[in-house]
Design a binder for this molecule. Structure first.
Ligand code: GLN
Length: 471
């Protein structure tokens, strides 16, 4: 069922939030042992919220546009009184004293939170293998990764554990796992959704967005969670037009850009699906145009200076004093060191070292400063491309879901998973992954739709057309 149908039924009293919640909890009980999508299932809280919603509907009050719709939250979003771990040992035992804005917004809209999902530690990774609590498995093939870093959120939707989920995307962490799990994943324009209460990884890149099983559900969720939040100084101070309203508009007359100098590296099965997507949009009345985005290819390099630099600063706050675990030692400095040594995993330490180096005196201009200049070039190249095309189409991930351990000892191979997603984050633009059939091993392939700042309505028109053409 679509989220809008569920909410309409619950609002009208023909469906009960309690029943829908039990169905999802039963599904979790059935398969969670095998999948490990969650760090924390919130069965009691979910039942209590469902009861509140049914009572509101029965009393003639409107429980909201997501009434009775279940949601799973990436475990880097603060939930009051409920553990928020970022899948890191260093936050063990920490319970936030407040909710992220998105959590309050979802509650107010009548959504039912069923749990907190697994991720690569502090959202650093592309397979969820970097979680301190063990990996999540891809529900479509449990010998393979679900992608990352929001792997638990992608898997939760693919496995039917919740109607939708939220993830965060700093360099691809919503779109890539969405592609690997065969669901829709959206990274909105930077500032579209409040990041208040999202544990920071790289603050100039982080964005929250939804995973759903349909384009329409994604539009509805973004219509609910998008908009200005005075608690987040980077949130855009304006109301966004309804994305649900854009879905039926079709693509006739739209210009769909093919990036002629896109970095190579996508597998043939992925490229085949991309070609099929171009053909389907042309058949639906769009025009395919060639564009160049020369700096696209430098995205990965710039990102692995900028994101670690920001992370090294953001993660300095985990010192054994303010949050979570502490390892006692002879003096304060030794305590900081021992806590961070034990609390952080290898990938997080690697990023902190990279970032600290890139920011250090003498290297700042050569590394961090230069990366910022490249970032500007990427942004400007995209802006030029968007004068010729309304949206751009690329693969989301270079390959379908890969096997556990296949990139584990090679950080660079893992980083290359984000070749096609990262430039968008650096530009601040929106992007989304739409499932577009299957490739190797019968596994899903995602096509990425990219658009300019606040061009979500156009991006969703194209995504809806792609979805119509494939189902
Ligand atoms: N995989 C990328 C990284 O490891 C992106 C992660 C993200 O978007 N949070 O940094």
């Amino acid at each position: 069922m679509r989220a809008a149908e569920i909410a309409a039924g619950v609002r009208a009293g023909t469906l009960r939030a309690a029943d829908l919640t039990e169905q999802h909890l039963a599904r979790i009980a059935e398969r969670e042992g095998e999948i490990h999508a969650f760090n924390h299932v919130m069965a009691d809280e979910a039942r209590a919220q469902a009861a509140r919603i049914d009572a509101a509907a029965a009393a003639g009050n409107d429980p909201g546009p997501l009434a009775g719709v279940t949601v799973a939250l990436k475990d880097n979003m603060c939930t009051r009184g409920v553990p928020t771990t970022c899948s890191s040992r260093i936050l063990e035992g920490w319970k936030p004293p407040y909710n992220a804005t998105v959590v309050d917004t979802l509650h107010a809209a009548g959504a039912v939170v069923v749990g907190k999902t697994n991720l690569d530690e502090f959202a650093m990774g592309s397979s969820t293998e970097n979680s301190a609590f063990g990996p999540t498995r891809n529900p479509l093939d449990t010998s393979r990764v679900p992608g990352g870093s929001s792997g638990g959120s992608a898997a939760a939707v693919a496995a039917g554990f919740s109607q939708f989920s939220l993830g965060s995307d700093t360099g691809g962490s919503i779109r890539q796992p969405a592609a690997l799990c065969g669901v829709v994943g959206v990274k909105p324009t930077y500032g579209y959704v409040s990041r208040y209460g999202l544990v920071a990884f790289a603050s100039s890149l982080d964005q929250i967005g939804p995973f759903t099983s349909s384009v329409e559900d994604a539009a509805l969720v973004l219509d609910v969670i998008g908009g200005h939040d005075p608690h987040d100084s980077t949130s855009i101070p304006q109301q966004h037009p309804s994305l649900v309203d854009s879905l039926q508009q079709g693509v006739e007359g739209l210009r769909i850009g093919r990036i002629t100098d896109l970095p190579e590296g996508a597998d043939p099965d992925v490229n085949e699906r991309l070609e099929a997507a171009f053909e389907a949009l042309a058949a639906a009345g769009a025009t395919i145009v060639d564009v160049e985005v020369p700096a696209f290819t430098f995205g990965l390099t710039a990102y692995y200076l900028i994101a670690p630099a920001e992370a090294s600063s953001n993660l300095a706050r985990y010192d054994g004093v303010r949050y979570g675990m502490r390892v006692e030692a002879a003096d304060t400095n030794a305590m900081y060191g021992a806590t961070r040594e034990k609390g952080f995993g290898d990938e997080v330490k690697r990023r902190i070292m990279l970032g600290t180096y890139a920011l250090s005196a003498g290297y700042y201009d050569a590394y961090y400063g230069k990366a910022l200049k490249v970032r500007r070039l990427i942004h400007d190249d995209f802006e030029r491309a968007y004068t010729k095309a309304d949206v751009l189409l690329t693969p989301t991930s270079p390959s379908v879901a890969f096997e556990f351990g296949s990139k584990g000892d090679n950080p660079l191979a893992m980083y290359l998973c984000d070749t096609y997603t990262i430039p968008t984050n650096l530009a601040g633009h929106p992007g989304m992954s739409v499932p577009y059939g299957t490739g190797a091993h019968g596994l899903p392939v995602g096509v990425q739709v990219l658009a300019g700042t606040l061009q979500e309505p156009t991006m969703f028109r194209v995504a809806a057309a792609l979805e119509r053409s494939v189902s």
